[in-house]
Design a protein around this ligand. Structure first.
Ligand SMILES: [Zn+2]
Length: 201
């Protein structure tokens, strides 16, 4: 089994890049958010942590991940989120005979990332994300659901998340320096895809 880790700041387009690699290169996309939300459906402890906005411990995140890796190649998005998780992940890879192929770091200018997050519209139903500047419609082009601004897509929440990222997650760039590939996402979606293709070939 092979694994790609995606590292990125808030608003850098991690979800978009993961989806692209999942569909084109046949990796299973595992995001920390969806992993925990799915687990919460059958695990009361996690459900109560999430419902109360509490922190899910690094060990618990790894346990859940361990249960959800089988034989597919995977792309991890949002895990690891700090050095401690990275070390736990090293052991998990070893136990499961998983080869960490590469770590893709999506880099973006902080101001551009802030602007993207604040301009985001999200479909209430299918969760597809649009940019306010690029869409006239008030409904989703895919499913017809209402487009809304998510409560946490504000400048304040972004700045707070970005500071946490600098403190907790950015040090991983150095931790993984031997496997790291840096891709800039300051430009168009097409150029992001092109850059990913170059690294995936
Ligand atoms: Zn939709």
């Amino acid at each position: 089994m092979k694994c790609i880790i995606l590292l990125a700041s808030p608003g850098a387009g991690k979800g978009t890049a993961s989806d692209y690699i999942e569909n084109k290169y046949n990796y299973k996309h595992i995001s920390s958010g969806s992993l925990l939300r799915n687990e919460a459906l059958k695990n009361k402890e996690i459900k109560s942590l999430i419902d109360n906005g509490k922190f899910v411990s690094d060990e618990l995140v790894m346990d859940v991940l361990n249960k959800n890796i089988k034989k597919d190649n995977i792309i991890l998005d949002g895990i690891p989120r700090n050095i401690k998780q990275a070390k736990l992940l090293d052991s998990l890879f070893e136990e499961n005979n998983i080869n960490l192929e590469k770590v893709i770091f999506i880099d973006i200018d902080r101001e551009i990332a802030a602007k993207r997050v604040i301009n985001r519209l999200t479909c209430e139903d299918c969760k597809k994300v649009y940019n306010k500047d690029l869409i006239d419609s008030k409904v989703c082009m895919i499913c017809g659901g209402n487009l809304i601004t998510r409560e946490d897509d504000t400048k304040e929440v972004f700045e707070k998340r970005y500071d946490t990222y600098l403190k907790e997650t950015k040090p991983l760039v150095d931790y993984y320096k031997d496997k790291l590939i840096r891709i800039y996402n300051d430009d168009t979606l097409e150029s992001l895809y092109n850059n990913l293709d170059k690294e995936m070939r």
